[in-house]
Design a protein around this ligand. Structure first.
Ligand code: PLP
Length: 417
């Protein structure tokens, strides 16, 4: 390109791409490991991984090899036929969650859509269809997804909403019990709310919802799209949250959605349904052309293999605990800037103080302004709401890189104090 790459690419977007995203002023061109580079050659430590997606970082040779090798054999055949990678990936997921079956699709919203349909099918003959979801939840951007999402900002302008969703206060068991109507068929929650600001469910809430759903013959559904895939240190967040809790090892949801890190950047989504409900969606009741292609499944299988071989679950847990205590240290040292540390493993939040004087001049949210300052110093992170900055590092982040990230974050915090 003759002109400045940054300007010319921005212009292509301005002219040709639907402006539905508030994008940062960065044009990224390539990555390697935990780093990405912009078109001017500037390097960034990627602690956002494309919103919890690139779980093995960028340009991982095992992913490249899986893509190349599988693409030489078979990329796609549709679900009119059987293929080995889909069957093997389903088995690997079942092995990690519990007795049940898996449906494959292409995104998180679509995985949740499958759960809504599963719930409606389950309640259909009794006329029950309503699904309770939590305030501050996020479940995707389809029409049903925004109806399920407990945040007004995603719904505005798209009314009338898909019917059959109501919101309850997160981590409030009594609120759940009180909200149940004769039409209610399921409760859907995230194990750790991501977009809502990195809020884990409490063990008592999970166990209480399980009991409540059993009592009322309702399905307990979990959205593991962001907090799943070993980000908490266990395959699914409930396995981490309930670790060592009496009765915790008996806990299973009835359905669970996945996407994001499942494909490490190659689009794939899935939901798992517990054994008694796994056959509800019988032939012809649900489907998608691309779901579970040999290519997507080969990549996802390779990622699981690398995570297991390199013990990246333990890595995320250990380094995540270290990062969290560093954020806690920052909160102690700079209370005028950092209020608290949130989350667990590699789904962490830096909660910013309410009124940071250096941010007063701009009408951008504190989270956005903080993220922008991190960009300037070479770190990518993701805002959650107005006050929280998320760290969603690759599971194979190195200890040295975690240290580098924290010292850059501290630099920015210091400059604001
Ligand atoms: C990202 C996300 C979704 C939506 O996934 P898409 O792939 O963007 O459709 C759903 N639920 C949660 C918890 C998410 O973080």
């Amino acid at each position: 390109m003759v002109r400045n790459d940054y300007e010319s690419i921005r212009e292509l977007f301005a002219k040709n791409v639907v402006p539905s995203y508030g994008r940062f002023e960065l044009v990224l061109s390539h990555g390697a490991g935990s780093y990405v580079y912009d078109v001017a050659g500037k390097r960034y430590l990627d602690l956002g991984t494309g919103i919890a997606v690139c779980c093995l970082g960028h340009a991982h040779p095992a992913i490249t090899e899986a893509l190349v090798e599988q693409s030489k054999k078979l990329i796609h055949v549709s679900n009119l036929y059987f293929t080995e990678p889909q069957g093997r990936l389903a088995a690997e997921i079942v092995k990690r969650i519990g007795d049940g079956k898996v449906f494959f699709c292409n995104s998180g919203a679509e995985a949740n859509e499958g759960l809504y349909k599963l719930a409606r099918k389950f309640g259909h003959d009794e006329g029950r269809f309503e699904i309770l979801t939590a305030t501050n939840s996020f479940h995707g951007r389809t029409l049903a997804g925004i109806a399920a999402t407990g945040q007004d900002k995603v719904k505005k302008g798209f009314e009338p909403a898909v019917t059959g969703f109501r919101h309850i206060t997160f981590n409030d068991l009594e609120a759940a019990r009180n909200a149940i109507s004769p039409a209610t068929i399921a409760i859907l929650i995230e194990g750790v709310q991501g977009e809502g600001g990195v809020t884990p469910a409490t063990p008592a809430y999970l166990l209480g919802l399980r009991q409540l759903c059993d009592e009322k013959k309702m399905l307990l559904l979990m959205d593991g799209v962001q907090c799943g895939h070993y980000r908490t240190g266990k395959f699914q967040s409930f396995q981490r949250i309930l670790e060592g809790v009496p009765g915790g090892d008996q806990f299973l949801p009835d359905g669970l959605s996945m996407a994001k890190s499942l494909g490490g950047g190659f689009p794939i989504g899935a939901f798992w349904a517990r054994a008694p409900f796994a056959n509800l969606l019988s032939a012809g009741t649900h489907g998608t052309t691309y779901g579970g292609t040999p290519l997507a499944c080969a990549v996802a299988l390779k990622i699981l293999e690398v995570i297991q071989q390199e013990k990246l679950d333990e890595q995320a847990r250990k380094l995540g605990a270290g990062l969290k205590s560093e954020i806690e240290r920052l909160a102690k040292s700079y209370p005028a800037v950092v209020k608290s540390a949130r989350g667990m493993g590699f789904i962490l939040g830096i909660e910013l103080a309410e009124k940071i004087p250096a941010f007063a001049a701009s009408d951008k949210t504190p989270a956005l302004q903080f993220v922008n300052r991190l960009h300037a110093t070479g770190v990518l992170t993701v805002p959650a709401g107005n006050q929280i900055v998320r760290l969603l590092p690759p599971l194979n982040l190195k200890a040295k890189e975690a240290g580098e990230g924290i010292s850059i974050i501290e630099e920015v915090v210091k400059s604001l104090a």
